[in-house]
Design a protein around this ligand. Structure first.
Ligand code: TIU
Length: 229
């Protein structure tokens, strides 16, 4: 398949070796009363990424592209929550405390769920992660290797935190990342812009930055995608 328009230059999209990686599109970050709000953020700022990601996810499913979702969160007994993460900052409530969507950032609670617009389908891989980067203390690298994936189309929140941590790590692990500008978002628009600039700077020091419309158009052009899930 031909290259996709991207910064700093065209991305050599190879769908048979690509996965759509949707990072932490959880109620805890996008809805009031969750972890993002507990940190003092205006969570409505992230919602612009929902619709483009929903359209891209649908196109990926129609095409047969590998889809992987991640969720940040912790075990109910907090045994996988480092003291430094639990105690960081001066805001309350904190991770594990009760909130309107259940205990904040705890696996199985309502707030930990992926937002309904992007809910995973049966058969799609979900990676539960205790850190910011999606490779830290998870099976993600093994799963990607097992599926023969070498390219990641990256969506999710927040751009400068979990998305960038994951992209930096993916770059060191040998993956080519195309980060979708309209399918990522931050509580701080200037951080979103600068993070994407950093990824594409120095002729793609961490990877590429593109727009979902180009990926969708490319997948729609091709009727018979590779059968994989
Ligand atoms: N606070 C913030 O911007 N993000 C996080 O804590 N986690 C993710 O980015 N997923």
């Amino acid at each position: 398949m031909a290259d996709l328009p991207a910064q700093p230059y065209a991305f050599p999209f190879n769908p048979a070796q690509a996965a759509l990686l949707i990072i932490d599109m959880q109620r805890d970050f996008l809805e009031p009363g969750g972890f993002g709000a507990a940190l003092g953020n205006d969570v409505s700022r992230l919602r612009a990424a929902i619709d483009p990601t929903r359209i891209l996810l649908q196109a990926a499913r129609n095409f047969g592209l590998c889809v992987i979702h991640t969720r940040e969160g912790h075990l109910p007994d907090l045994s996988d929550l480092k003291r430094a993460k639990q105690q960081r900052g001066r805001f309350v409530p904190r991770i594990g405390d009760a909130g309107p969507m259940g205990r904040i950032l705890i696996r199985g609670e309502a707030g930990h769920a992926i937002i309904p617009e992007l809910a995973p389908l049966a058969g799609e891989t979900i990676i539960d992660k205790p850190g910011k980067g999606a490779f830290y203390a998870t099976d993600l690298d093994m799963v990607l290797q097992g599926k023969g994936i070498s390219q990641l189309l990256v969506c999710g929140v927040t751009t400068e935190v979990c998305v960038f941590s994951t992209v930096r790590d993916a770059n060191d692990r040998g993956f080519d990342c195309l980060v979708l500008r309209d399918c990522t978002a931050s509580y701080f628009p200037e951080f979103h812009d600068q993070t994407l600039r950093m990824i594409a700077a120095q002729d793609g020091i961490f990877g590429w930055v593109g727009e979902s419309v180009d990926v969708v158009a490319r997948m729609e052009l091709c009727h018979a995608g590779p059968a994989r899930q």
